[in-house]
Design a protein around this ligand. Structure first.
Ligand code: VGL
Ligand code: ZN
Length: 220
């Protein structure tokens, strides 16, 4: 008797799906100002997935000089320390993604020919924004409205870094009631002070679905 073998059902993409590519920028690649280990490995995966999606949005971390999230803006503080700002806790970072600098550019190897929207975030001097949906002080970036006007229901997220901008975007996508997927192998993490485990716990609690690139159907 033949043994029936059936691959797990893949996810078929349609008009209500968007690929949200988070912060794939030179400063987050190895050798960059806030380089994510093996961050460059997400690029070929994202390049391969992007043409499968009918809707594409990219985010770009985009800070003014002396931004509140930079350790250098706080005398005596070092990168990766945490401080309290009016909106809550803030991890301090090396200066990164300074507006107009080469490090802030989208990674040259990323090949997304025609994104519908490139959303810049973190551009207010005193307020950070890991999330592409909601700034750290609770102000909306407008992305949820943009997607809803286009009748998008499902958000697939990849990019850098898993434990900060990807995770916060995913949790906020759920808050805005999108079905939300994080494509784990198309992301890489910073992982400071347990941040990666905490991020996955927060995403699981919010109902974010954790998938791999191979779970997405490629039309024949
Ligand atoms: C990010 C730290 C600071 C990210 C941005 O893109 O994950 N992390 N700014
Ligand atoms: Zn930043």
């Amino acid at each position: 008797m033949a043994i029936a073998r059936r691959a797990a059902a893949k996810i078929t993409l349609g008009a209500a799906d968007v690929f949200l590519i988070v912060d794939v920028q030179t400063d987050f690649l190895p050798g960059g100002a806030l380089g994510v280990q093996r961050g460059d490995e997400v690029i070929p995966i994202i390049n391969r997935l992007a043409p499968l999606f009918p809707n594409l949005v990219q985010s770009q971390d985009w800070h003014p000089p002396r931004h509140a999230s930079f350790a250098s803006s706080h005398p005596g503080k070092m990168p990766f320390e945490t401080i309290t700002l009016p909106y809550g806790n803030q991890v301090l970072w090396p200066d990164h993604c300074v507006q107009g600098s080469p490090g802030a550019a989208l990674a040259p190897a990323l090949s997304i020919p025609s994104p519908d929207l490139v959303l810049r975030k973190g551009y207010r001097q005193a307020v950070d924004s890991y999330s592409t949906f909601i700034e750290a002080d609770g102000v909306s970036t407008g992305l949820a409205g943009f997607l809803k006007q286009r009748k998008i229901r499902r958000v697939f997220i990849a990019g850098l870094a898993t434990d900060f901008c990807v995770a916060w975007s995913a949790v906020d996508a759920r808050k805005a009631e999108f079905t939300t997927f994080v494509i784990e192998d198309a992301c890489r993490a910073i992982d400071t002070n347990g941040s990666l485990a905490a991020a996955w716990a927060a995403m699981r609690k919010a109902g974010v679905k954790r998938i791999h690139a191979r779970d997405i159907a490629v039309p024949a």
